[in-house]
Design a protein around this ligand. Structure first.
Ligand code: SAM
Ligand code: SF4
Length: 335
């Protein structure tokens, strides 16, 4: 491929090999940090990509260098045609993964295995049943925890995503690290990020630095090992010596990892987002449905990607509600 044909390379020299596809805006939980309390207006079903459209659009990205696809949402497993979507995507030469709240994942173990989806990010923000209910507004802690153990048992590679919020679950940092003693999972502490309607403010953020403080108060520094991060990894990885699992911090707010960003996002209604923080979207589905070529639209979207966080290159800009409030809610972007 000639250099100028590389439609997934941006003007900062970053190649985008990782596509995250949101399958739905619907969800069986109501996490307050992800969606506004009043819910979001759902786009009509006819505006959502069908399973064939997901496959064809994904195939175009794969033809241009995407080698990793993560399915997300909303809750990807509530999509009725999840089986068909997986069967189609499994025919592409990519690593397939999924981010799920795991409330119903036990019903899909065989399907996931049959379609070689063995990397799962499971969202779990509290190890306490009552707190889980307060965060998600649903009483599903027991099944989610059971499913975490089940996935590990079944041989899936599991990462546990915990969004930390001050006064909500930051008292559980050490409990989450202890979870990795006997479970071979990677717990990832995610900094709370601002999106439309999620009542974000800087004072609720638990920063990378404060997570490290808690860690140092609970463990002898000699016990803590800094692991090698994978290329393009958004996480800074650690391990307590002798523990089966590991943990990491994803510091998108205080310490962005934009330099090595290789991600693009496709919303359930077929819009391409070149950055999680970007309010700008490029409509691929309308052109696709008219039989037009989507490559020029993809190329233009990639070319217009900012160097850092959709142009919010310092924390002051990120704090401006006017700037981040223009973005969709996380539930409609697909984390
Ligand atoms: N429903 C699935 C789940 O919860 O895993 C997939 C979609 S969810 C939007 C994807 C990820 O985004 C989850 O791990 C969730 O914790 C994270 N997320 C949602 N809102 C966030 C926010 N405001 N800041 C940081 N992460 C957020
Ligand atoms: Fe649903 Fe996931 Fe958002 Fe929670 S984080 S409301 S589970 S989409």
């Amino acid at each position: 491929m000639k250099k100028e044909d590389n439609i997934l390379r941006d003007t900062h020299g970053r190649d985008h090999a990782y596509l995250r596809i949101s399958l739905t805006e619907r969800c069986n939980l109501r996490c307050f940090y992800c969606m506004p309390a009043e819910g979001i207006p759902l786009v009509p079903r006819s505006h959502l990509m069908t399973y064939e459209e997901i496959y064809e659009i994904a195939k175009t990205f794969v033809a241009h260098g995407v080698n990793k696809i993560r399915l997300t949402g909303g809750e990807p497993l509530v999509r009725k045609d999840i089986g068909l979507i997986l069967e189609k995507l499994a025919t592409l030469p990519v690593e397939l993964s999924m981010t799920t709240n795991a409330v119903i994942v036990h019903k899909f173990i065989d399907l996931l295995k049959a379609n070689r989806l063995n990397h799962i990010n499971l969202s779990l923000d509290s190890l306490q049943k009552e707190k889980f209910k307060k965060i998600t507004l649903r009483d599903n802690f027991d099944i989610v925890y059971e499913n975490l153990l089940r996935l590990v048992d079944e041989g899936f590679k599991v990462k546990v995503n915990a969004v930390l919020m001050k006064g909500v679950n930051d008292d559980e940092i050490v409990d989450f690290i202890h979870l990795t003693k006997d479970l071979p999972v990677s717990v990832r502490f995610i900094e709370f990020m601002p999106f439309d309607g999620n009542r974000w403010d800087m004072s609720k953020l638990v920063s990378y630095a404060s997570i490290m403080e808690r860690l140092n108060a609970a463990f002898d520094p000699a016990e803590v090992e800094r692991l090698q991060d994978a290329p393009n990894d958004t996480a800074k990885n650690y391990k307590i010596k002798g523990y089966k699992g590991s943990f990491a911090v994803i510091s998108s707010v205080t310490n962005p990892f934009c330099d090595s960003c290789n991600r693009l996002r496709l919303t359930a209604d077929g819009k391409l987002k070149n950055c999680l923080f970007s309010a700008t979207e490029s409509d691929l589905l309308t052109t696709f449905r008219k039989g037009g070529a989507i490559e020029p639209i993809i190329q233009k979207a990639v070319q217009s990607k900012f160097k850092v966080r959709a142009g919010m290159d310092d924390l002051e800009k990120l704090k401006e509600p006017e700037l981040h409030g223009r973005n969709r809610s996380m539930i409609a972007i697909g984390g």
